[in-house]
Design a protein around this ligand. Structure first.
Ligand code: F6R
Length: 608
């Protein structure tokens, strides 16, 4: 997730911008840059990699000036590099941006048709060109930004600096955070509170479709349509560390709560509601490839493996293509057979997992066409895959994957719908239902997240359990496995995930009155069978925690019940995963483990 800082004031600002960006480092980034008005012109310095590279550049080539913008970039469009680092410049305008411009392809084509030449692969550069073009028609900077914003679809927080206005910065937001700070002799804006805490604790939060003109006189806020906005300042009482976590106790909890946004960003620009289709160009599988597929082979490790299991289910049920899923860590130690017409999908949050990378190379060696589903731009898997579908979950800091997992689930749904529609195996009517429901998932996730306090309460009863069992059938089976993995990795409680149908084949022997059994019971065709499993557990005094859509579903059987919103059966894992994550989190927190950095685990597993 990119970080923005902007400063208009009476102090030299280049170093001050870097200091602010340092406070946003926790958000994750791969390059950084600043643009400062030196009284005559805009001077831009950018560097790939860590902020120290930018700092070294500024020491070698300092810039004077008291108005400037700065940025740390987490790549979404175009790999991490100096040329893709922000600020992006067009003529007299420099822009930094956080978010995703959904209609960037159309806008870029229009701009190129007008003779604009692009210097980067980013969607952001479009904004700089649009503002510059509007200024060329005689518009003021404010009017030029307004005209530009009216053309953008998607999510953005931007800061715009113009050579013609040495003491003014325009900032705007839609679906990406931006906070303003009124300090002594200066006004600042930033994408998050930590960047401005060194200057003041009095802040104003910009809302969607608002922009602000920052000058030494203060911040003038108005809507994109020009209606003046009066906003009272809020006093921030968080410590710096609390502010980095957005007020949450751990990054993991923050990331759990960021999931509705992660899904919105992963879906953004990738579906055409009116045609009940996905946008092929965005998904890394061209239509000709989609039509030629005979089998899909999904490869992944850990949590990503559970997303791949879900992918197999959807690819079979929605796209009607035979699909298999394999642990990437095992793949090359068998004698895997790749056939003509195989599409291999490598699922990896980091894009760097050694086992997944090796498996995908083996598949490619045998001639497979590989789609990488990854969260990190420019990562090894993204680089070597034949096509890439990025999950736009933003950087994940907690070692236990949460928002990247649900973003992978959303990506799997997009792929399955795309393949089904392209091959004619999914009707327009059913696709329309699924796609409309997919768009509602973030709202339903928000409702599921409201169960947080209730789940924290349940966790109190479970905190001293030594074991736990998670059960699900069909599409909920990967969720059960993921629930067990989450619990064991952060709380160190031994947990097993099983397909409900396997109970009689062994795990039932574990059940006694000391065993909590988490049962996934969304309203879907497996519900009746799952209820039989619940009966089996109850008959042996097992303690049932039921995840349901209707509070009456397992009322007489369950000791604890968590009700989450209903969705289409195929999409329920996007919702039922949330109580699993919250439960693990609260059990771990109450047991006092290091939630964000569980023992013995690393975020990116680059060794076998
Ligand atoms: C668990 C977790 C791991 C990863 C696994 C693969 O919470 O995050 O199981 O899923 O190490 O990592 P990626 O997705 O980066 O390939």
């Amino acid at each position: 997730m990119c970080g923005i800082i902007a400063y208009v004031g009476d102090k030299p600002c280049a170093q001050l911008l870097i200091d602010g960006l340092r406070k946003l480092e926790y958000r994750g980034y791969d390059s950084a840059g600043v643009a400062v008005h030196d009284g005559t012109q805009l001077v831009v310095r950018r560097a790939a990699g860590k902020l120290q590279s930018l700092q070294d550049l500024l020491i070698a080539e300092p810039i004077a000036g008291t108005t400037g913008i700065g940025h740390t970039r987490w790549a979404t469009h175009g790999p991490p590099s100096e040329r893709n680092a922000h600020p992006h410049v067009s003529g007299r305008v420099a822009v930094v941006h956080n978010g995703i411009i959904e209609n960037h392809v159309e806008l870029k084509q229009e701009l190129e048709a007008k003779g604009r030449v692009f210097a980067s692969d980013t969607d952001t550069e479009i904004v700089a060109h649009l503002v510059e073009l509007a200024l060329g028609t005689g518009a003021s900077l404010l009017e030029a930004v307004r005209q530009t914003l009216r053309q953008l679809r998607g999510a953005y927080a931007i800061a715009v600096l113009s050579r013609e206005d040495p003491e003014k910065i325009i900032v705007a937001r839609h679906a990406s955070p931006l906070v303003l700070a009124l300090a002594d002799g200066a006004v600042l804006a930033a994408s998050d509170v930590p960047a401005i805490l060194a200057h003041t604790r009095e802040v104003l939060f910009l809302e969607d479709n608002e922009l602000a003109v920052l000058s030494r006189d203060g911040a003038h806020i108005e809507t994109v349509d020009g209606v003046k906005v009066e906003r009272a300042a809020t006093t921030i009482r968080w410590s710096l560390v609390q502010a980095e976590r957005g007020g949450y106790k751990h990054f993991m909890l923050k990331e759990i709560h960021e999931q509705p946004r992660a899904i919105e960003d992963t879906l953004r620009g990738r579906i055409q509601l009116e045609h009940a289709r996905c946008v092929a160009d965005e998904l890394g599988v061209p239509e000709t490839t989609a039509k030629a597929i005979r089998r899909v082979v999904l490869l992944a490790c850990g949590t990503s493996f559970h997303a791949a299991m879900y992918g197999r289910y959807l690819i079979e049920s929605i796209a009607k293509i035979p699909a298999v899923v394999d642990l990437a860590s095992e793949f090359r130690y068998r004698d895997p057979v790749i056939c003509e017409g195989d599409l291999v999908i490598a699922v990896s949050q980091s894009g760097e997992t050694a086992d997944t990378l090796a498996a995908l190379k083996e598949a490619q060696r045998q001639g497979a066409n590989v789609l990488g589903v990854v969260n990190v731009q420019g990562s090894a898997i993204a680089r070597i895959s034949n096509g890439v579908l990025y999950t736009h979950a933003g950087p994940e800091i907690g070692v236990a994957s949460t928002k990247c997992f649900t973003a992978q689930l959303a990506a799997m749904a997009l792929v399955a719908i795309h393949l089904g529609r392209t091959r004619g195996s999914l009707s327009e009517e059913r696709a329309s239902v699924l796609i409309h429901e997919l768009v509602k998932i973030p709202e339903k996730m928000r409702a599921a997240l409201e169960q947080d306090a209730h789940i924290q309460q349940i966790a109190r009863d479970l905190v001293s359990s030594h074991n736990a069992l998670f059960l699900g059938r069909g599409v909920s089976c990967p969720v059960a496995l993921e629930g067990a993995l989450k619990l064991k990795e952060i709380s160190y409680v031994h947990a097993e995930g099983y397909a409900g149908g396997e109970m009689k084949h062994g795990p039932l022997a574990l059940v006694d009155k000391s065993l909590p059994v988490v049962c996934l019971l969304p309203d879907d065709p497996t519900l009746e069978k799952m209820l039989s499993n619940v009966q089996e557990v109850r008959a042996r005094d097992g303690q049932v925690l039921a995840i349901v859509n209707d509070e009456n579903t397992a009322k007489s059987l369950a000791k604890w019940t968590i009700v989450v919103p209903k969705t289409e059966p195929e999409l329920s894992p996007l919702i039922t995963t949330i109580p699993m994550q919250l439960l693990s989190y609260h059990v771990a927190d109450q047991r006092g483990t290091d939630v964000d950095q569980p023992r013995n685990l690393a975020k990116t597993v680059t060794v076998e």
